[in-house]
Design a protein around this ligand. Structure first.
Ligand code: PMP
Length: 365
């Protein structure tokens, strides 16, 4: 039933200029897993106006587990099931900075599997708590380099080998991760823009999102859509791309959790050679954008989302007005709020001055 504007006004109901409607999904979906994907593509009004471009961002925080990694988590589990590697009552083991683990923990609960997560002990307490609330067993381990056998990924692999009916999902090198984005995120962006997308840019952790979306958009546009990488400090991929393939030692770091990489993962694979370019985004810019997006768009985002938007704006400036630039809002700030909205925490990281002065009111923790 629809109520006419005059009737709703007479009843004292608030009349919206535009009724709240969503194009899809138009039917009930099957459980947690069925609710993954089909996320909105949000046009960022102020930044679009300022750049003269269409800055659009895929709102992956609206996945039911709250991040872009729900898609990869489902992808690796479905792949293991299809290959007969994971049987009812089995155990899924993963090394993850958080969001993949959260996605896996949800999917495991929905599918009746046990979930065991190894993560670097530098990650936020919110993510550890959430994993445990979702029934996962969590082992925070020292944050050591990938080459070290005690790295969280190797510990996850070794632990899975000691269990019966268990798999290590191996999100970095298991290409079922990028495949999930190739078959869902990429085609969704293409459909939602009706094929009018000049460029896509995002940061990488495993590389699954960038390579999966990138490959889909390159294919659908016959190479017309440019695909760019955005890299935080401490990651080697920006210099790898801009130096034509030289891999340097990892040094320095970033406050952006879940992104940055020291090697070419299988998920990034040969797609790295098809990239049109790379942008290095310092933490100061990501923090300023994080607060600005909250203030101007009402978006409450994690730092990797803010970094992606900075990169989209810089790409818009490079490519010139009239272009459509897409990126990813990876997750919300809820998982990091004790850090990102704490002046003391940002001060300890040397980033307090990155908060624009007129937006300091948001740093309430
Ligand atoms: N942002 C956040 C917050 C993440 O947790 C991740 C995954 N680690 C990414 C971005 C990067 O996604 P991908 O692994 O697909 O490169």
């Amino acid at each position: 039933m629809t109520i006419s504007r005059s009737v709703s006004a007479a009843l004292g109901l608030r009349v919206h200029a535009k009724p709240l409607t969503r194009a899809f999904p138009s039917r009930p979906v099957d459980g947690f897993v069925g609710a993954i994907g089909n996320t909105p593509l949000i046009r960022l009004e102020k930044l679009s106006r300022q750049t003269g471009c269409n800055i659009i961002a895929k709102s992956e925080l609206q996945n039911p587990g709250g991040s872009v990694k729900d898609r990869a988590a489902l992808g690796v589990i479905q792949n293991a099931e299809a290959q007969g590697l994971l049987k009812p009552g089995g155990t899924v083991v993963e090394g993850t900075a958080g969001n993949t683990g959260i996605g896996l923990a949800h999917v495991c609960r929905a599918r009746g599997y046990h979930c065991v997560i190894f993560m670097p002990n530098t990650q936020s307490q919110e993510k550890i708590d959430l994993l445990r609330m979702l029934g996962a067993e969590v082992f925070p381990v020292p944050a050591v380099a990938y080459e070290d056998p005690k790295n969280y990924n190797h510990q996850a692999r070794d632990y899975a080998e000691t269990l019966h009916n268990a798999i290590w999902t191996d999100q970095f090198d298991n290409t079922a991760n990028a495949e999930a984005h190739y078959h869902s995120t990429g085609p969704e962006i293409w459909e939602q823009t009706q094929g009018d997308v000049d460029a896509f840019v995002c940061a990488t952790g495993t590389g699954g999102t960038l390579a999966g979306v990138g490959r889909a958009l390159k294919e659908k546009s016959d190479g017309r859509t440019q695909i760019w990488l955005a890299d935080p400090p401490g990651s080697v991929l920006h210099s790898y791309v801009t130096s034509g393939g030289k891999l340097k030692e990892r040094s320095g770091g970033s406050i952006t959790e879940g992104i940055g990489q020291g090697r070419i993962t299988n998920n990034l694979g040969t797609f790295v050679k098809q990239l049109d370019g790379a942008l290095h985004i310092p933490d100061e810019k990501s923090i300023a954008m994080l607060y600005d997006l909250l203030d101007t768009e009402g978006l409450y985002l994690g730092a990797s989302s803010a970094l992606n938007v900075v990169a989209a704006v810089e790409l818009a400036q490079k490519l010139g007005p009239g272009k459509t630039i897409a990126t990813i809002l990876c997750d919300g700030a809820y998982r990091y709020q004790s850090r990102l909205f704490s002046k003391a925490w940002l001060r300890a990281k040397g980033l307090e001055d990155a908060i624009p002065e007129h937006l300091e009111k948001y740093a309430v923790l």
